[in-house]
Design a protein around this ligand. Sequence first.
Ligand code: IPE
Ligand code: IPE
Ligand code: MG
Length: 225
Amino acid sequence: MNKARHIAIIMDGNGRWAELRGQKRVKGHEVGAKVVRTITEFCAADSDIERLTLYAFSTENWKRPRLEVEFLMKLLQKYLDNELETYLTNNIRFEPIGDIRAFSSSLQKTIFEVKEKTAHCDGLVQSLALNYGAHDEILRAINRVKKSQEDITEAMLSNALDCKHNVDLLIRTGGDHRLSNFLLWQAAYAELFFSDTLWPDFTTVELEKILKDFTKIERRFGGLK
Ligand code: IPE
Ligand code: IPE
Ligand code: MG
């Protein structure tokens, strides 16, 4: 039976969730952040799940209106301030991925502090993808390894990526069927699940159903049964 050790989620649909209720898009982000906590705690309680990587802000999301971007930055700051306790209580290690140098120095400091303060936790690893884009991640990795005289191997490149772990199960909420520049290298053999549920409505019940369906998939990795 397959066990999903590394789950990655494209948490999409916050804006539409709010607009459907006649509210501002940012309200959807606020509710979405609460769902991040619920799903993270659920995964932390499941000993088969080792990693949860969540797409929180892409390298393309800077194109959004300034006020929405500013709101997302403040929300991230608030989330990390509040969640340190959740991380520690649930033995969760926080490992951000993405190029956080684009963020304000105070936000970078908080990200670094939460990472440091949870470094000893050996339960679930929760990675938030922050100013993350797979193209950017791969380019930064290539630039890191290119100084080597030898030919670059798969292992060398993989080790230079922000996220060094293959994804077993990749879920996208919000109804669209695309990867939007998320974990393109690591998801090479991921099982893809697309849900119409908007992220603020996503529940542990739906995740449990996906995990159950995942166990039944025959993963061949190019071989035969
Ligand atoms: C995903 O929800 C969250 C982020 C990209 C930060 P969206 O904000 O993309 O919501 P929709 O897709 O517009 O509904
Ligand atoms: C992907 O959602 C990024 C995050 C969930 C953070 P988007 O809403 O930005 O993706 P597109 O624009 O629909 O591809
Ligand atoms: Mg979206």
